[in-house]
Ligand binder design. Structure first.
Ligand SMILES: Nc1nc2c(ncn2[C@@H]2O[C@H](COP(=O)(O)OP(=O)(O)OP(=O)(O)O)[C@@H](O)[C@H]2O)c(=O)[nH]1
Ligand SMILES: [Mg+2]
Ligand SMILES: [Zn+2]
Length: 346
């Protein structure tokens, strides 16, 4: 019946040697055959839109489907491959929103959030900082966290699955949209998914009593459809968010060691990262970094040297702004660290 018919659908899970696809029509979820986890050398990701056809032999009882097309991605979220630092790894595709989940039972890591924001800015998706477990912290302490996050200029949602705080707001943000939740193990990502689904679909586990760390309960990224037309991707706890570095080859990553003109007004931050034809490229990450540290980028155009690193160079407008208290010293340090990471060669 399905023979020679091209079907389309969305990748909902990628395993080592197979991937699951939810067909657009009302068909049941299908599994694509083993070599389908790559398409023309490109790794498939949760959220990808694909075309496939029935590849089975009538005599074989098992249904086999063959990937025939990977559709162009609207957005793609990349990070440095933790197992292979010289490569980048795709986390998800065609997502509209990335929720950085931070449990308020743990110390807030602004540096970690900024790292994630660079990847998100590069992906073309919108970022949302989700402070979870609000029921565990008093109002004053939550206010302090919000104050700490204010310089980032990002949207922050304070949530709790216990009190229900902001859950409806989050649900309403997802109408027809795809959200991926990222964050440390134990931050409460799967608990949020369950709260939005209003059922205990995803396994969750209590954090360790001695240090409040999670137990890496979720082990695979999975896209779950919501009844309002939205989709939510639960993901395993992230241990480290690395920026891909300069040793990446195959595209403009193979270029010069130094960013050409980081602060060049003409080619600088005006281009929206992630919208370029080749996402995940070095220049896109530099643009994204400059977008996340917008106040530094703005002032840097007034530095004497185009490639000023804002260290000891003369007539550095950024250093001057730090002295005046207009730019946060710690933000500058973290910006320089991330820039060094992007330029690193290994
Ligand atoms: N008090 C309180 N506890 C919460 C809240 N959200 C999650 N938790 C608890 O935090 C623990 C960890 O939650 P999970 O949802 O498993 O965390 P996760 O981010 O999915 O963790 P990994 O799958 O390991 O990455 C569980 O015991 C949850 O019940 C909340 O809003 N308030
Ligand atoms: Mg989980
Ligand atoms: Zn400077």
């Amino acid at each position: 019946m399905l023979r020679n018919k091209t079907l389309s659908g969305r990748v909902i899970r990628v395993d080592k040697e197979s991937c699951l696809v939810q067909p657009d029509s009302n068909l049941e979820i299908v599994m694509l055959e083993t070599d389908a986890v790559r398409w023309k050398g490109k790794a498939l990701a949760v959220g990808d839109f694909v075309e496939f056809e029935y590849g089975g032999d009538e005599s074989v009882k098992v249904d086999i489907f063959r990937l025939t097309q990977l559709k162009a991605r609207k957005t793609a979220l990349f990070r440095r491959d933790p197992k292979k630092p010289s490569s980048k790894q795709v986390i998800a595709a065609n997502i509209d929103l990335v929720g950085i989940v931070c449990g308020l039972d743990q110390k807030l890591s602004v540096a970690g959030i900024e790292r994630a924001l660079v990847l998100i800015a590069e992906s073309g998706a919108e970022a949302l900082i989700i402070l979870s477990k609000a029921d565990l912290l008093d109002k004053e302490k939550i206010e302090l966290c919000l104050k700490e996050l204010a310089p980032l200029g990002q949207q922050v949602l304070v949530c709790s699955i216990v009190s229900g705080r902001s859950l409806l707001e989050l649900k309403n943000m997802l109408v027809g949209k795809a959200l991926i939740l990222i964050g440390a193990s134990g931050a409460g990502k799967s608990s949020l998914v369950n709260a939005l689904l209003e059922k205990e679909q995803q396994p969750t586990k209590e954090v360790r009593a001695k240090d409040g760390k999670g137990r890496h309960t979720t082990v695979v990224r999975e896209l779950i459809s919501l009844s309002n037309g939205g989709a939510i991707i639960d993901s395993p706890g992230i241990r480290a968010i690395g920026l891909p570095n300069d040793s990446l080859v195959g595209n403009e990553w193979a270029g010069s060691k130094k960013p050409k003109k980081l602060n060049n007004k003409k080619s600088g931050t005006s281009k929206k990262p992630g919208t370029s034809k080749k996402s995940g490229t070095r220049s896109n990450f530099l643009n994204a970094l400059n977008q996340v540290f917008f106040e530094i980028t703005r002032v840097a155009s007034e530095c004497k040297f185009n490639d000023c690193a804002h260290n000891k160079e003369p007539e550095c407008a950024v250093k001057a702004s730090v002295e005046l208290g207009e730019i946060n010293k710690e933000r500058l340090k973290r910006y320089q660290q991330l820039l060094a990471e992007l330029n690193e060669i290994n």
